[in-house]
Design a protein around this ligand. Structure first.
Ligand SMILES: Cc1cc2nc3c(=O)[nH]c(=O)nc-3n(C[C@H](O)[C@H](O)[C@H](O)COP(=O)(O)OP(=O)(O)OC[C@H]3O[C@@H](n4cnc5c(N)ncnc54)[C@H](O)[C@@H]3O)c2cc1C
Length: 330
């Protein structure tokens, strides 16, 4: 994990994992701010799990979730206050670090010129020209001169986005298509059911996004934040704009773990698991193998869920293992 220094007091980074925490401490950071809402990504460790381990290491932790590219005035004020009050240096993270550095940049004009903000963010590896344009435009994102323009824009390089792109391209090879997708990793999610039964390894469900984008289709590595359908414009992170003639929207389903009280805090421990997250499916398999007696409870929420069969498949596959290993006999 690379920590990108913005100022002596603040660095930003992409999503961190539990394995990064020791390194974060050794790098001298005193505090961590999480700007990524739980459940945004399929391999995203919950803030509660990060906080628990960070606190054990003596690091301060703060949760200020911000929906991608929907930075509000309150978010900016809160971020400024939190960073001011926390022991420094502070490491702020989100999916890629863009949200965190944008939060900093939106309040930075009190201290730095626009040019200095651009330079500092460029040195950290982020292009905030769209953010500066928005600041100069009294907080409004300009749509008249788009940063990008494509005849066909697809949001999301999951199963849906990739399939639509491949289908259009095979019927119309000349079509000019871009997929907007922030993640460099594409997961074969149905494979997680089989990871939970020890048939697949987790690694077998991972591909690079670049390898699944159909030939001849472009990839814009960014997250869609807002749609302006009257102007055929999508706003992406960094307050940049993409003009389209045709738009296909396939961002998948966001998992709301927090809607079940206490779930985020205990997932991955205490015998509580889910095949709906890349890092948890191996824990399902561990629990299945270790259960020698007692009761296992499987839950299936009402729709909308990804793959209506997945919760039941976990139960049937687990029962099959217990049956074959004589843990159950009916
Ligand atoms: C455990 C499990 C088992 C399953 N088993 C089966 C099965 O057996 N059979 C079956 O048919 N289906 C199964 N599914 C369901 C299947 O995986 C989904 O239906 C399918 O992945 C949905 O495709 P999608 O493109 O809509 O969403 P996803 O594949 O989730 O992809 C969404 C993409 O959009 C991107 N994205 C999100 N927000 C943004 C944004 N703001 N801007 C740009 N990009 C964004 C994401 O990063 C992601 O790459 C299973 C799912 C799970 C979790």
């Amino acid at each position: 994990m690379t920590f990108k220094r913005v100022t002596p007091e603040l660095s930003v980074s992409a999503q961190i994992t539990l394995n990064d925490l020791q390194h974060i401490k050794e790098q001298g950071f005193k505090s961590i701010v999480c700007n990524r809402p739980d459940g945004e990504g399929a391999d995203q460790i919950s803030f509660a799990a990060i906080e628990k381990q960070a606190n054990n290491l003596g690091l301060n932790c703060h949760y200020l979730p911000v929906v991608s590219s929907k930075v509000t005035d309150d978010d900016i004020k809160n971020f400024e206050n939190i960073v001011r009050d926390l022991p420094k240096p502070v490491l702020a993270y989100c999916r890629t670090g863009t949200r965190s550095i944008t939060l900093w940049a939106m309040s930075a004009p009190k201290t730095y010129s626009y040019e200095e903000i651009l330079n500092l963010s460029q040195k950290a590896g982020y292009d905030l020209s769209g953010v500066i344009r928005r600041l100069k435009n009294n907080g409004e994102t300009h749509t008249s001169a788009p940063d990008f323009s494509y005849p066909i824009v697809i949001i999301g390089a999951g199963a849906g986005g990739v399939a639509v792109a491949a289908s259009i391209k095979s019927r119309s090879p000349e079509s000019d298509i871009v997929i907007i997708e922030p993640n460099e990793i594409h997961y074969y999610q149905p494979g997680w059911t089989l990871v939970g039964r020890g048939v697949f390894t987790p690694e077998q469900t991972v591909k690079t996004t670049a390898s699944v984008i159909p030939n001849g289709v472009k990839w814009l590595k960014a997250a869609a934040a807002a749609f302006i359908p009257d102007e055929n414009v999508v706003i992406i992170d960094g307050c940049r704009t993409v003009k389209y003639e045709h738009l296909v929207v396939c961002p998948g389903i966001k998992l709301d773990w927090h809607k079940i009280d206490g779930l985020s805090e205990t997932l991955g421990e205490n015998g509580v698991t889910s095949n709906y997250r890349y890092d948890l499916a191996p824990y399902t398999w561990e629990l299945v193998q270790n259960l020698k007696h007692g009761k296992a409870v499987f839950s299936q929420p009402p729709m909308p869920i990804k793959c209506a069969g997945a919760p039941q498949k976990a139960m049937y596959l687990s029962s099959d293992y217990w049956f074959k290993n004589k843990v159950i006999n009916t």
